[in-house]
Design a protein around this ligand. Structure first.
Ligand code: FE2
Length: 487
């Protein structure tokens, strides 16, 4: 029997005997978990303290708390690969136990509120195994009474805590890697927000990767997603020119995101199509589907055919986040207007020529630019051709149109556009919420241009990128990708 299975059996046995330690003060008096009377500052509980008695329990003798968390799957060490040095030097109670200060071995300091720690307790009573879902009922915790009576840390850097509120006591623990990663004191939140800023470049060469590399290994997959995450776009070269390969690639990341255009779509010239994309006319730079509350995250366009006799039809891409970054500096008032006054985006199809099963009336009023609480741009929704009836206060109509017009102008005149004539076997992949796409008009001359496309949900893309960053990569934080994540 493997060590892991034996460990699991032992753990299961102990979990069945495990009690969640909620004690009244009467019980606490004679309990090994009783409150210490140590000084508030610099409390380093060692030797014969109550914490040591806790550590002497049968459970902990067989498996360390750290290993228990790993076995219960509420702690994945790889998840915190980027935490840096998470060894605890010292822990102190401060503010009469309302807070805890951790001094790390690297000299950094973090402070945590007792309620934050209580809410994130990793003990078996407070987190469900495997999912890590918290079971703490916050309404049962009187905030003004909650305080920490004991703290300590194990050799494996697990913070052990005893909380008290009224006559109830709870004993639990949190891993140090979790605490180092989610530290929020001393300006750390703003630092994290800064670290998530996108990197902009004036380099207009589209980064690329070989299909075989993407499909062959997890490192290759990571390489593709990393480029896509950092730069916003990546060309996959030499993909076989058959229909199936679009979804083969997409499914490395997640299921295709369904929209009114289906799970996949074919961009070909259909002279009577209601959507301009399905004609041979020029397409201005835009993002797809801003009429959805959650627009697609990643777009994949697989070029199956692009005959030489076709004149025109080159694809063009531009980073709207970079454009807005410059726009903010050059037109601060209009920038503020687009953060404040909502645009209306609308897509109609009551009797759609493309033969959709259901009629469509998508309509949303949203800000063109979204900021987080540090004033950093987190999301942009831009499409100059699907803006519907503006629904704003009378006094905002002209300021909105002025600002929107100026942004459209900034997009049209942007000097750092990526241009490419797709070749059969190219699969252009890009962040739909970051990189706008467009196309020059073309004349077929009897030739055929056929792009097969699909979308991937932004959350699933981000999820896979974080996973790979923590397992194959170096665990460093990933950049923003235009979703309403407030980091
Ligand atoms: Fe499009």
């Amino acid at each position: 029997m493997s060590t892991r299975i034996i460990r699991r059996l032992i753990l299961k046995f102990h979990q069945s005997n495990q009690r969640c330690i909620f004690m009244t003060s009467r019980h606490q008096k004679n309990s090994p978990y009783r409150t210490r009377t140590a000084g508030e500052k610099g409390t380093k509980i060692a030797g014969s303290s109550s914490m040591s008695q806790m550590a002497a329990s049968k459970h902990e003798n067989t498996t360390s708390i750290h290993q228990q968390m790993v076995d219960r799957q509420v702690l994945y060490p790889a998840q915190f690969k980027g935490a840096g040095d998470d060894r605890i030097q010292q822990v102190n109670k401060i503010n009469e136990g309302k807070m805890v200060e951790i001094i790390w071995k690297d000299g950094k300091r973090s402070k945590f509120h007792s309620i934050w720690l209580r809410n994130n307790c990793h003990c078996p009573c407070c987190k469900i195994d495997v999912s890590g879902q918290p079971t703490v009922d916050l309404t049962e915790i009187p905030l003004d009474e909650l305080h920490i009576t004991d703290i300590d840390h194990t050799e494996e850097n697990v913070l052990k805590v005893v909380w008290k509120d009224g006559d109830k006591t709870h004993q639990g623990y949190l891993p140090s890697s979790y605490l180092k990663t989610y530290c929020y004191s001393d300006g750390e939140m703003e630092r994290k927000s800064n670290a998530a800023r996108m990197n902009f470049t004036t380099d207009t060469k589209i980064p690329e990767i070989e299909y075989k590399e993407v499909m062959g290994t997890q490192k290759g997959l990571y390489q593709w997603l990393r480029i896509l995450g950092d730069r916003g776009l990546c060309m996959i070269r030499n993909v076989p020119t058959e229909q199936d390969y679009l979804l083969k690639v997409a499914r490395l990341v997640g299921l295709p995101q369904h929209t009114i255009y289906g799970n996949t779509f074919n961009v070909i010239d259909m002279p009577h199509a209601s959507n301009a994309a399905y004609r041979s006319i020029a397409l201005k730079l835009h993002m797809d589907q801003p009429t959805y509350e959650s627009p697609p995250g990643i777009q994949l366009l697989h070029c199956l055919r692009f005959d030489d006799k076709i004149v025109g039809g080159d694809s063009v891409f531009a980073d709207i986040h970079h454009i807005v970054d410059v726009f903010r500096q050059e037109h601060p008032d209009e920038f503020k207007t687009l953060c404040r006054v909502p645009v209306t985006y609308e897509t109609l199809g009551y009797e759609d020529a493309a033969g959709r099963e259901l009629p469509v009336h998508l309509q949303i009023r949203r800000h063109v630019i979204h900021l987080n609480n540090y004033g950093h741009v987190v999301a942009i929704a831009y499409h100059e051709s699907v803006n519907g009836p503006l629904q704003v206060d009378e006094g905002d109509v002209e300021p909105f149109y002025k600002a929107f017009q100026m942004l459209v102008q900034a997009v049209h005149t942007w000097p750092y556009k990526y241009g490419v004539r797709l070749q059969p076997g190219d699969m252009m992949t890009f962040q739909n919420r970051r990189v706008l796409h467009g196309r020059a008009a073309y004349v077929s001359n009897g030739g055929k241009r056929h792009l097969h496309g699909t979308y991937i949900n932004i959350d699933e893309f981000r999820s896979m990128l974080i996973y790979l960053q923590n397992t194959v990569g170096d665990g460093s934080p990933i950049k923003r990708m235009g979703l309403l994540d407030m980091y």
